[in-house]
Design a protein around this ligand. Structure first.
Ligand SMILES: Cc1ncc(COP(=O)(O)O)c(C=O)c1O
Length: 400
């Protein structure tokens, strides 16, 4: 007998690297929302940033036609299809005015989230430090920790237009190997300026820090997409992640890319090629199609987000939250009114009274504690219904 019985589960100790890595906030919250839905609450989820709109029909058609072919089902090159790399290179030239060698300076990825992990695993040794934005996308923090690195928070503050404070950064650089940045910034929606990007590149060069720019939102509610790699000499110190998840409504497809100097691409490929294999070829060809879409594609997507953004402003006005109207990306970031200690408090109050879920800003780091984030990934009707519910429950809410 093995010692196992039907009533006993073997004890397994998880790896040390998982210590301090909790379940992702959203996965816990979605379980709670499921429970509320089972009780008949019909929760409207204005939390998660997964585009609800479909990709362009030509993209779907390419996937369908290519996948019907008999000879496209084998393993693919670790470096991705040359057709996709060329499409990424042309896209960077067209939209960001950045030259990238399609053979050596581009690595297609299964989304930029995958790239964040690869970069940390490629460059961080046990105890190496990585600068991470607070508030910022939680994956930077968890990927650094999983790779054995140590996170050094740098603050982004509203009074500083959510830009890093370079005086603070100078004090934090000892032992730092990589720095995560992300503009348009998630969750604050802050747009980058060329001057900011120049300062960041100069900072990376001065301290020999690898600047890792995560750039998935540059086409959403933004007429002027910028790449960090546009700064002269940026490739000497910086790499950039990009993604089709938001710009092309392809979050579930998992297509992104790492762009940078040949040396960096080769280094990250050494790790990635041991982790996974190339993406399904028809998907790569469909992604190439998406990258060739004309300007009208981005305009159409943005006209939908613009209308939803107005509705989100209305909802936030009801809650007496303060926000900047000039935000990019698929969220609205807003300060909670006096009377609430944190965004968690307001988020829970709205959820339990009105069955509308809004993300508390604190999940992006304690610098986001006083804020909430509304996702624009729901149809206008959902916003209208949320507004109706909040209006009818206003007397029960603390703001009134
Ligand atoms: C700042 C940021 N980076 C990366 C990602 C992940 O994008 P992808 O779908 O390309 O993995 C997200 C997704 O929400 C994000 O908000």
């Amino acid at each position: 007998m093995s010692g196992f019985s039907n009533f006993q589960i073997n004890i397994m100790h998880t790896s040390k690297r998982l210590e301090g890595i909790g379940e992702y906030y959203f996965s816990q919250k979605l379980r709670e929302i499921d429970e509320l839905n089972k009780q008949g609450k019909n929760v409207i989820n204005l939390g998660i940033g997964s585009p609800d709109l479909p990709p362009h029909p030509d993209v779907i058609k390419t996937l369908q036609e290519e996948s019907a072919k008999p000879n496209v089902h084998g393993y693919q090159s670790y470096k991705g299809s040359p057709i996709l790399r060329k499409a990424i290179s042309d896209w960077y030239k067209t939209w960001y005015k950045v030259d990238l060698n399609a053979d050596t300076e581009i690595l297609p990825l299964i989304g930029s989230k995958e790239g964040i992990m690869h970069i940390c695993m490629t460059y961080l040794n046990e105890g190496d430090k990585a600068l991470v934005p607070n508030p910022g996308y939680p994956t930077y923090r968890s990927a650094v920790k999983l790779a054995g690195g140590e996170c050094v928070d740098y603050d982004l503050k509203e009074e500083n237009d959510w830009e890093p404070d370079f005086d603070q950064l100078e004090k934090l650089v000892a032992g730092v190997k990589i720095m995560w940045i992300n503009y348009p910034q998630m969750p604050t929606g802050q747009l980058p300026t060329k001057a900011l990007f120049e300062k960041i590149v100069a900072f990376g060069k001065k301290h020999n820090i690898l600047i890792c720019h995560d750039n998935p939102y540059s086409f959403i509610l933004n007429d002027n997409p910028l790449s960090l790699l546009h700064v002269p000499g940026a490739k000497d110190t910086a790499i950039e992640l990009n993604s089709l998840s938001k710009s092309h409504n392809m979050a579930g497809w998992r297509v992104g890319a790492l762009c940078g100097a040949k040396e960096r691409i080769d280094e990250v490929l050494r790790f990635k090629s041991n982790m996974d294999s190339g993406m399904f070829l028809p998907m790569q060809l469909a992604a190439a199609k998406a990258l060739q879409l004309p300007e009208s594609w981005y305009n159409e997507v943005n006209s939908v987000y613009k209308k939803r953004q107005q509705r989100a402003f209305e909802l936030l006005d009801l809650l007496e939250c303060a926000y900047d109207k000039n935000q990019a990306g698929m969220f609205v970031w807003a300060k909670v009114p006096a009377g609430y200690k944190t965004g968690y408090e307001l988020s829970d109050e709205v959820l339990y009274n009105t069955a509308v879920f809004i993300t508390p800003g604190g999940i992006f780091g304690n610098a986001g504690d006083g804020y909430i984030r509304v996702s624009l990934c729901s149809p206008e009707e959902k916003f209208a219904e949320s507004i109706k519910r909040i209006k009818s429950f206003l007397p029960a809410l603390k703001v009134k």
